[in-house]
Design a binder for this molecule. Structure first.
Ligand code: 6CS
Length: 297
């Protein structure tokens, strides 16, 4: 049943984060949708199903500027905004967000808890082996949040490896954890935290000497908290980027999405979305998923 309800839909999927939200004015009776389990299930043709039911469900993190859930439940952020625009061009009116940790995004996708991931889930070999990434919409850098003045001069992964006393906060299953693991930084130097805010809290409580997260995510956190510094992009963290990620069984959707995305990337609206969220649209020009999927880890 469609109804013009507020931009917020609470999706209560068993085992996933409580909050889901619509980014469009129209929505189905979402509670019944979520209560019945996967909105689209393992449909053989996700595109037709999403067009028929009028929505597609997206796994997100709520880590501005990549993904953001406002107080009223509205889902935005660079990646959901691009996804919503391309889905509208495909005839899908609504994108519903379900908040979940990065480490759960691919398992949840493949368990049909959501139909796509649009969260800044950075491309790397192990992830590209499990999902179908669209062509990238952003290219991203990593930084360290440190106490003011960076007293322990933490500016590179090599510096972390060189000093076993250094403790680095990272998200479990996140890209940064993978960077440290690939560099053979031992688990004893990794402090696992749940999200951006808890990473900063770990820094303030001296449970970590630095917090590794994408540069723009740390800068977004710094807008509300002047107690820490954000390093320049970490030179020895691999360059990567992200786009939407689909199930391997949804190859038809992936193909249709990429075709529409290629056209959308040529429009002023694409540049407007990226600029709004602090990304430089020119940086992703000519960058391919094939290239970024070669990122080790
Ligand atoms: O792809 C990832 O795992 C990382 N992406 C973002 C946008 N933030 C942190 C996370 O570890």
């Amino acid at each position: 049943m469609k109804g013009n309800i507020s931009r917020r839909n609470l999706l209560r999927g068993a085992g996933v984060a409580a909050l889901g939200a619509s980014v469009a004015g129209w929505a189905t009776g979402c509670a019944s949708v979520a209560a019945g389990g996967p909105a689209s299930g393992a449909a053989s043709n996700l595109l037709e199903l999403a067009k028929t039911q009028g929505f597609i469900r997206v796994g997100i993190a709520n880590e501005p500027p990549y993904t953001q859930v406002d107080a009223d439940g509205t889902v935005t952020g660079c990646e959901p905004d691009v996804l919503r625009a391309v889905c509208k061009r495909l005839g899908i009116d609504e994108v519903q967000g379900i908040i979940t940790p990065y480490e759960s995004m691919i398992p949840g996708l493949n368990a049909n808890r959501w139909d796509v991931i649009a969260a800044g889930l950075f491309m790397k070999e192990s992830r590209c082996a499990q999902v179908l990434y669209s062509e990238p919409v952003i290219v991203s850098t990593e930084s360290f949040a440190t106490p003011k003045g960076n007293p322990k001069a933490i500016t590179s992964v090599a510096a972390v490896l060189a000093d076993p006393s250094l403790r680095i906060a990272v998200l479990p299953g996140g890209f940064e954890e993978g960077v440290l693991k690939s560099a053979n930084v031992p688990a004893s130097q990794q402090v696992k935290i749940n999200d951006g805010r808890s990473g900063i809290e770990a820094l303030k409580a001296n449970r970590a000497d630095a917090f590794m997260l994408p540069t723009l995510s740390l800068k977004a956190l710094a807008k509300d908290d002047s107690s820490f510094d954000v390093s320049k992009p970490v030179d020895d963290a691999p360059r990567t980027g992200s786009g939407a990620a689909f199930r391997q069984s949804d190859a038809a959707f992936h193909e249709a999405y990429n075709k529409e995305l290629a056209a959308f990337k040529k429009t002023p609206e694409f540049t407007e979305i990226l600029t709004k969220w602090g990304f430089d649209a020119s940086v992703v020009e000519g960058v391919t998923a094939q290239e970024l999927c070669k990122t080790a880890g």
